[in-house]
Design a protein around this ligand. Structure first.
Ligand SMILES: Nc1nc2c(ncn2[C@@H]2O[C@H](COP(=O)(O)OP(=O)(O)OP(=O)(O)O)[C@@H](O)[C@H]2O)c(=O)[nH]1
Length: 321
C-alpha cells in the first residue's frame, strides 16, 4: 500500500477532530510571547474560543471578560514570563480553579518539575502533533468540567442550593485565617426557623420544603458582599458568615433578615405569630480574641448557637448576641 501523503493525513486528522470534538464550546487561554500565542492560535481557533495573554495584566483582563475553561502556558521564548504567569495564576483565588497545562520546549526535567510544582496539571513536551494536542486539551477540559461539577454537587445543599455543612466547615477555616491576616472581625449568624415542626405537621413535609427554599432565597439576598457566605447547617437551621464585618453590621443583617422573612407572609402554624419567623443568634470574633482566649473556629458557631437559643427563649422572631 502507498504511504499516505502528509497532507492527506492532516485532512483525515482534521476531519476526525471535527467529528469527535464538534460539541465543544469552550474557551482556551493561551499564555506566552506574542509570537508563540499567534502560532498556537492557528492550531486551536477551529475548535475552541481562543483568548491570548502575553503578561499578567492580559491574564487579569481576560479573566474579567471571559469564562476560561483551560489555560495553556507556552514556555518558549521568555523564561520569566511563564514562571511569573504560573505564580500569578496560582495566587489568584479565581484563576487557581482553572486547569493549567504547560507546553515545554526544552526536554528538561527541571523545567517540567517547576511547572508541575507551580500548579500545572500536566506538562506536555514539544514537538507535539497539533491534532493530538487539541484532543488532549479537549479531554482535560471535559475532565475538569466533571471535577468542578462534582465539587459543586458535594458542597451544595440539594434542597436550597446554598452551601452545605461540609462546605461551611471548609469556609469557616479559611475565613478564620483571613481574619488573622486582615486583622478584621468575623461574625456569624445562626438562623433557625421558628416552630417548624408545627409547620410540617400542619401543612405537610413538601410545603415545609418549599418554606425552607423561600427562607434560603431571603438569606441569599441579604448576604450582599462577595465574601459573605451562607450555608444550610442542617434541618431548618442556616448559618451566615460575615468576614471583615463589625458586630453592628451583623446586627443590621440579622434585623433585615427578620423583617424580610416575616414579609414573605408565610402563615405560621403556631398561635404565637401570624407569619413564619426565624430566631437568630449572632456571634462575633475579633482577631486579638483568638490569641488572648485561645479559641478555635468552632467557637464562633457554638456562640451563635447559644445566642440563637436565647432568642428562642426570649419569644422568637428576634436576634440575640
Ligand atoms: N420539611 C422539612 N422539614 C425538616 C427538614 N429538616 C428538618 N425538618 C423538620 O424541622 C423540624 C424542627 O423541629 P424542632 O427542632 O423541634 O424545632 P421547631 O419546631 O422549629 O421549634 P423551635 O426551633 O423551638 O421554634 C422537625 O420536625 C424536622 O423534621 C427538611 O429538610 N424539610
Amino acid at each position: 500500500m502507498m504511504p499516505k501523503s502528509s497532507n492527506l493525513l492532516q485532512t483525515e486528522e482534521s476531519a476526525y477532530l471535527n467529528r469527535v470534538f464538534t460539541d465543544i464550546d469552550q474557551t482556551l487561554m493561551l499564555v506566552g510571547t506574542s509570537q508563540s500565542t499567534q502560532n498556537l492560535s492557528v492550531t486551536f481557533e477551529k475548535t475552541f474560543n481562543v483568548v491570548t495573554a502575553s503578561n499578567t495584566q492580559d491574564i487579569f483582563k481576560a479573566l474579567g471578560s471571559e469564562n476560561i475553561d483551560l489555560i495553556l502556558v507556552d514556555t518558549a521564548g521568555d523564561n520569566e514570563l511563564w514562571i511569573e504567569s504560573l505564580r500569578y495564576i496560582r495566587s489568584s483565588s479565581l484563576l487557581n480553579l482553572i486547569p493549567v497545562i504547560v507546553l515545554s520546549e526544552k526536554n528538561s526535567v527541571y523545567e517540567q518539575l517547576t511547572a508541575l510544582e507551580l500548579g500545572a496539571l500536566d506538562c506536555l513536551l514539544k514537538p507535539v502533533n497539533p491534532f493530538l494536542l487539541t484532543a488532549k486539551i479537549s479531554n482535560y477540559m471535559k475532565l475538569m468540567k466533571n471535577v468542578r461539577e462534582l465539587e459543586l454537587v458535594s458542597s451544595t445543599d440539594g434542597l436550597t442550593g446554598l452551601a452545605n455543612k461540609m462546605q461551611l466547615d471548609t469556609t469557616l477555616l479559611s475565613e478564620w485565617h483571613r481574619m488573622r491576616r486582615s486583622k478584621r472581625p468575623l461574625c456569624a449568624l445562626m438562623i433557625d426557623v421558628d416552630h417548624f415542626k408545627l409547620f410540617n405537621d400542619a401543612y405537610g413535609h413538601l410545603e415545609g420544603d418549599e418554606c425552607l427554599k423561600s427562607v434560603a432565597e431571603v438569606i441569599k439576598h441579604v448576604t450582599g458582599r462577595d465574601s459573605d457566605f451562607a450555608a444550610r447547617f442542617g434541618g431548618e437551621e442556616f448559618v451566615i458568615l460575615l468576614p471583615c464585618t463589625e458586630k453592628s453590621g451583623a446586627e443590621k443583617i440579622a434585623q433585615t433578615l427578620l423583617t424580610k422573612i416575616v414579609a414573605l407572609k408565610i402563615p405560621s402554624a403556631s398561635k404565637q405569630h401570624k407569619f413564619l419567623s426565624v430566631s437568630i443568634g449572632v456571634s462575633s470574633c475579633q482577631p486579638h480574641d483568638i490569641d488572648a482566649q485561645g479559641i478555635e473556629p468552632s467557637w464562633l458557631l457554638e456562640e451563635a448557637d447559644k445566642n440563637m437559643y436565647k432568642a428562642k427563649q426570649n419569644g422568637r422572631n428576634q436576634y440575640c448576641l
